[in-house]
Structure formats: C-alpha cells, structure tokens
Design a protein around this ligand. Structure first.
Ligand code: PMP
Length: 441
C-alpha cells in the first residue's frame, strides 16, 4: 500500500506537503484518509475521481453524499451555466429560482410546506433548533449519542457524556452545551426519561434525529424507532426534527420521512439540495412553525428568529438544487443509486464470507457501510463502550481507506460508501474485483 503512494502519487505528496505551511493540518476538509498523505484530486466525473498524478479511482465518497446523479453531471451543469450567463451567480436580492427550489422540495416532500435556504447542513440544524425553541417556548434539545448534526457549538457530538467521550469539545465552553442532552441511540426508555427530566429544566423544544440512525445509519435505527420518537415528541410537546442532510433525496425523493412514513415537524436538508453545488443546506416544515422564520416582510419582524446569510439564497445554488431535484425525479436516480448500493453490499458480503474477515457490510439503499463487526456487536449491546472505543476504530478504518485507495477505490474514511446513478453494474463489479485484491493481501 505504501509502495503505491511512494511510486504513483508524487504530485499529491508535493502539493499536500506544500499545503502544510498554509492550510492548518494540510487539508481543508478531508473525508477519505490522511495517512500516508491526502490525495490531491484533479477531477470528479460520474463514478470516478482522477488525482493530480493521473490515477483514476472509483469514487464511493461522492463528495460526502450530494451527487446522487453522479459527479459533474452534464445536464444540470448546462442549466446552471445558463443561469450564470443570464443572471450572474449572485444578485443579493430575491430570484425566482429560490421559489422554484422551495416548490420542488414541497412537491417531493409535502410536509415541507415552507423552506428557508441557508448555507450548509450545520446552519440548517442550528436554525431548526432555534426555530423549535422560539415556536415551543421550551429550552432543551435532545440528540442521540454518536449522531452528527454538523459542527455547531451545542450539537457537535459527544458533548454530553462527561468523563467519557469528549471528542470535538475543545474550544466549546461546557455551558454552551447545557441545553443539549444526548440519549443513547435507539433506547426509547432513556429518551423518555430525558424528556421527563427536561420538564424541570424548561421543557424539550426538539428531539433531533438522523432517521436512519446516528452517523447516516452506521448505528442503524430499528424500523419503528422514528414512529415511536414521533409519539414521544407529541406526548411531551417537543418538535421532531429530522436531519435529512444525507437521507434527503438519497433514500428516495421523499427522503427518510417518506421511507419510514413518519412526518417530522421540521426537516433539515443539505448536500443533494444543491445538487453538488455550494451553499447546500436549509430547513423546512409546517407553515405555522416556519412562520417563526419570517423575513419581516409581514411587518412583524420582532416575532422572528434571526437566520440567514449573505449567500444563503442565490440564483446559482437554488437553480442547481432545483434542476438536480427535478432530474433525480425524472431519472429515478435514488432508486438506481440504491440498486448499485445493494449490488455492492451483496458483493462485499460474499468477499467477507470468502476471506472470513471480521467485517460486516450492510446498506440502506445507496448508503453502504463496511464496518468492523466486533465493534458493531458492541454497539448493539453497549453503546457507551463503543463511544469510548470509537477513536481507535476510526483510525483503523481510515488505514483501510488508504489500502482501498491504493487499489483504486475512494471511500469515506474506509468505512462508508455512497453510490450514485453513475454506478453501473460494470463499475460495481470493477470495485468488487479491487476489494477482492485488498482482502487477498
Ligand atoms: N447532518 C448530517 C447528518 C450530516 O451528515 C452532515 C454533514 N456530513 C451535517 C448535518 C452537516 O452538514 P454540512 O457539512 O453541510 O454543514
């Protein structure tokens, strides 16, 4: 594996070495691997990535999830290029594509009666929580252990397991997290106890969940979990927030809400909502709640929460999202990407069996997990132990990611893969041959 990086990746090494002087940590945001060094990528096209040395990889990172149609998707690019030519990338004022995007979202996710565009998934979750507090008058927020909802102060994960897992807590005063409670994944009894406790602490404004389970279903939720959380939220007067940053459009045009048949009060979208273009994120939901996010146009600005930003709605990202969503619906992209995920998972399961590997492969459509099975079993029976042991597992899996890369496959940290509409049977079978080579090492 190291031989590959030594002999085939000289340009990546040179660029990422240079980056150490000007970019903290040498990379801005790298979801694949940093050992022995990150790859400098030249191009993302369909199901493939090409690095600066001209090596081609099968791309199961897909930019972290937004490109359900495949990377650099021509028909959307052409429409976006037209918008840039006709309108410019930014006007600073309202553009019809902002409305068209909100209308498209409502078409496929009817419970999103109104939608506020923001800059990222992180911002969408921040806004959802603030809106939930303003709407309910309650203070507390509950999230599930291990779930990722972006990097905001009060929701970055692992904050509320004192003395155990304080990953990512540096630079965040503990008081900032005092209104967040973390509940063990999928433990409805504990969730209910926290809702009861919160009554004395100002009430629960919202329960925030990734509907597939923490970390995009790495800790998979039982099928009826979301419906049960919905019931608990209703019982305690809390809003249910679905973080659909990954699942929105990916598990189906109706997102996880459509998949599980559970209607949240607020939904956070990101990634695919800009079709792989920048400024991907926002929050939407029932009209009466979304009124809290008003713009002041109705003369009641004092009643509204402050959300938004300079570029949070603009012709470019709004048009990209609108065209991508309509194209995903027209082409049935989520289903096609999901079938590719099924094929990849079945193939990985066969390889795991053949080589007797301590791995488990499972998927939710186009979201494919390849995890160390020992840790997964711990997860099911003892989530706290997993939280404690998460770091070494992450390192191990990241090293696997470098091994896969040396054989021409890019994954998310060696353990997660997103498939897209560009993943034909040939691409998946090619990937399985490459995994076979890694496992045979
Ligand atoms: N929620 C979930 C479930 C996510 O996976 C992510 C990003 N990976 C976010 C929120 C944050 O989105 P962004 O990176 O756009 O801020």
């Amino acid at each position: 594996v190291l031989d590959y990086f030594d002999t085939k990746c000289a340009s990546s090494k040179e660029i990422t070495d240079r980056a150490k002087a000007r970019i903290p940590g040498g990379v801005q945001h790298n979801l694949a691997f940093n050992f022995p060094f990150p790859l400098a990528i030249e191009k993302a096209e369909g199901a493939h990535l090409v690095d600066r040395d001209g090596n081609t990889y099968i791309d199961f990172l897909q930019a972290g999830g937004p490109t359900i149609l495949g990377s650099n998707y021509g028909p959307v690019n052409e429409r976006v290029a037209d918008v840039i030519r006709e309108s410019g990338p930014v006007t600073g004022l309202f553009h019809e594509y902002e409305l068209k995007l909100a209308e498209s979202i409502h078409r496929y996710m009817p419970h999103i009666e109104m939608y506020r565009s923001l800059g990222s998934g992180t911002e969408g979750v921040m806004a959802a929580v603030r809106g939930a507090r303003a709407f309910t008058g309650n203070k507390m927020v509950i999230k599930l252990g291990g779930a990722y909802h972006g990097w905001s102060d009060s929701l970055v994960y692992g904050l509320r397991v004192p003395g155990t897992f304080r990953m990512n807590a540096k630079g965040i005063p503990f008081a900032t997290t005092s209104h967040t409670r973390e509940s063990f994944p999928h433990d409805l009894g504990q969730l209910k106890r926290k809702l009861v406790e919160n009554r004395a602490l100002g009430g629960t404004a919202a329960v925030v969940v990734e509907p597939l389970g923490p970390e995009s279903g790495t800790r998979p939720a039982p099928y009826d979990f979301n419906a049960k959380v919905r019931e608990l939220c209703d019982e305690f007067g809390a809003l249910l927030i679905f973080d659909e940053v990954v699942t929105g459009f990916r598990v189906g045009m109706g997102g996880a809400a459509g998949y599980f048949g559970v209607t949240p009060d607020l939904t956070v979208l990101g990634k695919a909502v800009s079709g792989g273009y920048p400024m991907a994120g926002g929050v939407g939901g029932r009209e009466e709640i979304m009124a809290t996010f008003g713009s002041g146009l109705d003369g009641k600005s004092g009643a509204h929460i402050q959300v938004g930003g300079t570029l949070s709605a603009n012709p470019l990202s709004s048009a990209a999202g609108y065209f991508a969503i309509e194209e995903m619906a027209r082409t049935n992209a989520p289903v096609i990407a999901g079938r590719a995920g099924d094929r990849l998972t079945r193939g990985l399961q066969r390889l795991i069996d053949r080589y007797g590997l301590p791995f488990v492969a499972y998927n939710q459509g186009s979201i494919v997990h390849l995890e160390c099975s020992g840790v997964m079993l711990l997860d099911m029976h003892n989530p706290l132990k997993l939280l404690k042991e998460n770091k070494p597992r992450k390192k191990q899996m990241e090293h696997m990611g470098a091994a896969y890369a040396a054989h021409g496959i890019i994954t998310l940290a060696g353990s997660r893969m997103y498939t897209s509409m560009a993943d034909t049977d040939e691409v998946i079978d090619d990937a399985l041959d490459r995994f076979d080579q890694v496992f045979a090492l």
